[in-house]
Write a new protein. Structure first.
Length: 184
């Protein structure tokens, strides 16, 4: 296996020691190419709403048995994208997974887009919006939280989202991602 963030070979569940990532455990279905790439494209950009079940099953297939108290958190989507798509794509997947595994889902994370600064450039604002997360609701320190996302590229988004949960008191944040986008 390779590290989810730096891609160096690792024996330890997608995480290497030197990256010092804020999450404890991580699982990835595969690289973003071939069938997986097409499936994600259909689901995110071609209104193939029902594909959430296939993608949810793929994620469930790479996950081990999770403690019954585990709470699933969907990665929050920028609201404009939800409007365009007609559905919150990660919420649908996370809900499906929670139902299949009999786990609880809580929408604890949201995008704190109001942290935008006026003097920031458009690009900076996008980066800020992508990276600014806030937690809504109570965090129980000892419960594992499984954050579910579609694609990991640099890993920055997942890192910031995890950091928000950690700052709110979560000790155990795990992540499950459908595909890893290669850096080109
Ligand atoms: Zn690494």
């Amino acid at each position: 296996m390779v590290c989810i963030a730096c891609r160096h070979p690792t024996s330890d569940m997608w995480l290497c020691k030197s990256c010092n990532l804020p999450y404890e455990r991580a699982w990835v279905v595969g690289e973003r190419d071939g069938v997986l790439q097409r499936l994600i494209g259909l689901y995110k950009f071609q209104h193939a709403r029902e594909a959430h079940k296939i993608l949810g099953d793929l994620l469930l297939g790479v996950l081990p048995d999770l403690p019954p108290e585990t709470i699933i958190i969907p990665m929050p989507t920028v609201s404009g994208h939800i409007r365009e798509r007609g559905y919150d794509h990660m919420l649908l997947i996370a809900r499906y997974m929670a139902r299949r595994r009999g786990l609880k889902l809580e929408r604890l994370l949201y995008r704190a887009t109001d942290t935008k600064q006026r003097q920031a450039s458009a690009k900076q604002r996008t980066v800020q919006a992508m990276q600014a997360f806030a937690v809504r609701g109570d965090i129980a320190p000892d419960i594992p939280y499984l954050l579910v996302d579609d694609v990991i590229t640099t890993g920055a988004t997942i890192k910031y989202a995890t950091k928000a949960l950690r700052d709110a008191g979560a000790k155990h944040v795990w992540v499950a991602v459908i595909a890893r986008q290669s850096l080109k």
